[in-house]
Ligand binder design. Structure first.
Ligand code: FAD
Length: 483
């Protein structure tokens, strides 16, 4: 039985149509953002497509990732805003929440969106098979895939099997009922009394936000010298200051050596909580692909070229399984590129990895795109064209920044908050190379910055773009006007 109740090997719509042996143009393993995007595009182009999903369409993102976390976070933010309403002259006494109802709503949102994906694939006449698929054999002409009792043939295979939570080899972690991964945390209908979060990355900090806003004492334990280590550290420092003031205990350079029941033993002392959420990364999901034993791998991810081709002719991979940037919008873009290449669409598409936006849904939100100052300082001779002078980094850059309070809309809607918008520009060409922001709702306008980085816009070109007033996004234009 598949997780969503369907019988393995059967069409997701409960019908037996199309299950007779037929050769498909494209077989896709995995129905997450990479898989369903590819299925939709290839079917729309008139190709016969079959997609296999062992749990639920929508993958990690819709079922146990992006969407459920953001739905819970939205409820937490509503509660937080209500309890802080007096800042805006609003009296809201006796505000409370019902966590079981919050979780119920999350489940409803997920169901609705998963149904939408099913409907889309149905509309495009794509064959959806619920069940764990495995590759049986492959030649340069065809791939044979088994699912349940059936076998299917396809000219091309797109691997979109995603990733799963990584369980670090810490003594006491396995089969410990106090230890949760992100999926267990999302499923729990009860709010923990207290929470230790091992891992101060994006997922860890989003859960820290959820629990803290709902009044749960939270401790974050991070092995690195800082939380969110890949982000601009000036932006992270603003979040850290706010979260420490709010009462979240954040320990950095602290390694967990053992977990004993509810107790976490670290290099920096022992800590106890009702639950311990371990979120220290994810690993590519390779089950079912064993027959592809000559598939080239690097650090656990499938190696792909710029068109998402693997080293095996007619085998492509997209999404988390490539181990590149584990984000849903990267997965779906990679899928677009892969299908574009299979269909030999001209001009051939590529992904601009330098212009991938990323958002951390803390409160305030962090949103960024492009290079950080740290990235630029680490560029070595030969990576890029060398600069003219020896006392400058190899890509000489200029930075301008402003507090978010330069936006009237931000001041109106974020009483007592600060925030930052920082822009990094190539000193020689004046091209925009990076934008790093903290302040609500910067996730909503970071796409404008992505567009500028993607298209290689200079500050002069960006200054010609008119932003509506009053919006928080105007701050981006204000910073760029400083160059
Ligand atoms: P997945 O979504 O993992 O889908 C892979 C699918 O393949 C799964 O459904 C799996 O069941 C199926 N599968 C695997 N093997 C087989 C097999 N052999 N046969 C049949 N089916 C198989 N990203 C963002 O961009 N924004 C966010 O806010 C965000 N929040 C997140 C929060 C959490 C808690 C987590 C865990 C992740 C979050 N992510 C977020 C990451 C995002 O979910 C992933 O990057 C995205 O889902 C990757 O898509 P994918 O298609 O590669 O893989």
């Amino acid at each position: 039985m598949c997780r969503d109740g369907g019988e393995c090997g059967k069409d997701v719509f409960g019908e037996f149509r199309k299950l007779e042996i037929m050769k498909y143009f494209l077989a896709i393993i995995g129905g997450g953002p990479a898989g369903y995007t590819a299925a939709e595009i290839a079917s729309k182009a008139g190709k016969d497509v079959i997609i296999f999903e062992q749990n639920a369409l929508g993958g990690t993102c819709l079922n146990v990732g992006c969407i459920p976390t953001k739905t819970l976070l939205y409820s937490a933010k509503q509660y937080y805003n209500a309890t802080h309403a007096d800042k805006y002259g609003v009296k809201a006494d006796g505000v409370s929440f019902d966590y079981a109802k919050i979780v119920q709503r999350k489940t409803k949102v997920v169901r609705k969106l998963v149904a939408g994906i099913k409907q889309k694939l149905n509309n495009e006449h794509c064959t959806v098979v619920m069940g764990a698929a495995s590759v049986v054999s492959r030649t340069d002409e065809q791939v044979v895939i088994a699912c349940g009792e059936e076998q299917y043939e396809a000219e091309n295979l797109l691997i979109c099997t995603g990733s799963t939570n990584f369980v670090p080899p810490i003594p006491g972690i396995k089969d410990n009922p106090a230890v949760w991964d992100s999926t267990m945390a999302l499923d729990s209908k009860e709010l923990p009394q207290s929470m230790i979060i091992v891992g101060g990355g994006v997922i860890g900090m989003e859960f820290a936000t959820l629990y803290q806003e709902l009044g749960v004492p939270v401790t974050v334990i991070e092995a690195m010298p800082t939380i969110l280590p890949n982000l601009d550290q000036e932006v992270v420092a603003i979040l850290l200051e706010k979260y420490r003031k709010a009462g979240i205990q954040i320990l950095t350079e602290t390694k967990v050596t053992e977990i004993q029941g509810n107790k976490v033993v670290t290099t920096n002392g022992e800590f106890e909580a009702e639950h311990i959420l371990v979120s220290v990364g994810r690993r590519a999901n390779m089950q079912g692909l064993e027959a592809l034993n000559d598939l080239e791998m690097f650090r656990g991810g499938i190696v792909v070229d710029e068109f998402m081709r693997t080293n095996l002719k007619n085998v492509y991979a997209a999404g988390d399984v490539t181990g590149k940037i584990m984000l849903a919008h990267v997965a779906s873009r990679q899928a677009e590129v892969a299908v574009g290449r299979m269909l030999k669409q001209i001009p051939l598409q590529r992904i601009a990895y330098n212009a991938i936006p990323s958002v951390v849904y803390t409160n305030p939100e962090i949103a960024c795109v492009g290079l950080t100052e740290k990235d630029l300082n680490e560029i070595k001779e030969g990576d890029f064209a060398p600069s003219m002078s020896t006392d400058e980094p190899f890509v000489p850059y200029e930075v301008h920044k402003l507090p978010m309070t330069y936006s009237g809309r931000f001041v109106a809607e974020n009483e007592g908050e600060t925030g930052l918008c920082k822009v990094i520009v190539d000193k020689r060409s004046k091209a925009i190379m990076g934008v790093h922001m903290i302040g609500n709702p910067c996730s909503e306008f970071v796409a404008a910055a992505s567009f500028a980085v993607r298209m290689g816009y200079t500050v002069g070109e960006f200054k010609q773009v008119v932003f509506p007033h009053p919006t928080v996004g105007e701050v981006l234009r204000e910073v760029i006007a400083e160059f």
